[in-house]
Structures are given as structure tokens and as C-alpha cells.
Design a protein around this ligand. Structure first.
Ligand SMILES: [Zn+2]
Length: 219
């Protein structure tokens, strides 16, 4: 049994696990991330637990079982291949494909997905620079990635990944040539003023707030 809601929960738990120190996700953090009440999460976790997808202990929090993780990565793989296909094959704007993929990831057939992969050829990274899990459900980051906000001024880096996928932010990045793969120089970092100035190769310098810069990873 797998519904869009179940798939979305496993995907969200996976992401929060990745961000957590010990691999456990607090119920409150999950509820907040999904924008639902703790009561809603509790009853959904019961369903997920009965389906063998999560291991939930009130004090410790929730974590995915191997089965839950396999489902999360299966959905994530579909999501990212869909995004790549919408951008590369259908020429859609990278700021609008996430919402489309959120819907299509639950309904696209394996047959259609395979055709998309064949058409794409290289399916290692999605349009936002995140690795796409392979068929076996393995996700690998081969680049040596660091948050942009940790880079010191004067360093040359390449934009690797956009964490924050808000459409306005993606529009802003595209307008200023700050897409994954672009080489940029960090001209200055002013931690007191909370700003960072980036200079993409052959383009004008761009000033970002540190809050916005936190949406980018580089290598
Ligand atoms: Zn997305």
C-alpha cells in the first residue's frame, strides 16, 4: 500500500534524517516541516509504522526502516528525473518544475520513467544540482560540497546545489547566472552586515543576504 501521502511522509522523513545529527527526527520537527499538527503526524506515523516503513519511539523520535528508506529514495528518484526531463526535454523553466514533479512523482509509470531516462542519457544530477538516486536506490554525492556561507572571501568556487527551491529564489538565481555548474568568486563576506558578494565569471557581481546564500552549496 502506497499513497501520495505515505510517499510524501517517507520523503520528508528522509530529508530531515539527512539533516539531523543522529538520524532521528523529532515529531514536532516533522509536523512543522509538513505544515500539519502533531496530532495528524502521530496518527500518520501509526499507519507508517504498521506498514513497516518507520520505527517510531515517542521519546527518541522517528526514523525510516530499510523499507521506508527504499520507498523514499524511489520517490525521490522519480521526482528528480521528472524535474530533469521537464527542464531538459520539455524546456520548462527550472523555477516551475518542482511543483509539477511533486504531483507527477506519484503517478508516472515505471515504463514512462524508463523512457525519460533513455531520452535524457545522463541522469546523475537534477536541475537544482542534487544527485539522483540510482535504480538500486543508492544516492551518492561524489563532489566535495560545502555551504556557500562557509566560504571565505577571495575564494573561487563552483555552484553545486540549490537547497532552497522557492520559485522566486530560483528566478533570482537564473537572472544573475547563479545556476549549478557556474564558477563564481566570493568577492566579500560581511558577517556583521549579513551580506555576501558573488562574482560569476564574465557577469556582474551579485549581493546576497547570508540567509539567501544559505540556500546554496558549492564545491
Ligand atoms: Zn524538486
Amino acid at each position: 500500500m502506497s499513497t501520495p501521502t505515505i510517499e510524501n511522509y517517507t520523503k520528508r522523513i528522509w530529508r530531515l534524517e539527512e539533516e539531523s545529527e543522529d538520524g532521528n527526527v523529532a515529531l514536532g520537527a516533522l509536523a512543522q516541516s509538513l505544515g500539519v499538527t502533531a496530532g495528524t503526524v502521530t496518527s500518520m506515523l501509526k499507519t507508517l509504522s504498521e506498514a513497516g516503513l518507520v520505527d517510531y519511539r515517542p521519546r527518541r523520535g522517528v526514523r525510516l526502516t530499510n523499507r521506508g528508506r527504499a520507498l523514499a529514495l524511489h520517490v525521490l528518484r522519480r521526482h528528480r528525473i521528472l524535474e530533469l526531463y521537464l527542464v531538459n526535454a520539455l524546456n520548462m523553466d527550472w523555477a516551475e518544475v518542482h511543483d509539477e514533479a511533486e504531483v507527477l512523482e506519484h503517478v508516472v509509470s515505471d515504463k514512462v520513467l524508463k523512457k525519460m531516462e533513455e531520452k535524457l542519457g545522463d541522469t546523475s544530477l537534477d536541475p537544482h544540482g542534487s544527485p539522483i538516486p540510482n535504480r538500486e536506490g543508492v544516492i551518492e554525492e561524489s563532489r566535495d560540497i560545502v555551504p556557500l556561507v562557509d566560504v571565505e572571501s577571495g575564494e573561487d568556487v563552483i555552484i553545486a546545489k540549490v537547497r532552497e527551491q522557492n520559485a522566486d529564489f530560483l528566478d533570482f538565481l537564473a537572472k544573475h547566472h547563479l545556476k549549478p555548474g557556474t564558477r563564481v568568486k566570493v568577492k566579500s563576506v560581511d558577517r556583521q552586515a549579513g551580506i555576501l558578494v558573488l562574482k560569476p565569471m564574465n557577469e556582474d557581481a551579485v549581493t546576497l543576504s547570508l540567509a539567501a546564500a544559505a540556500g546554496l552549496d558549492v564545491h
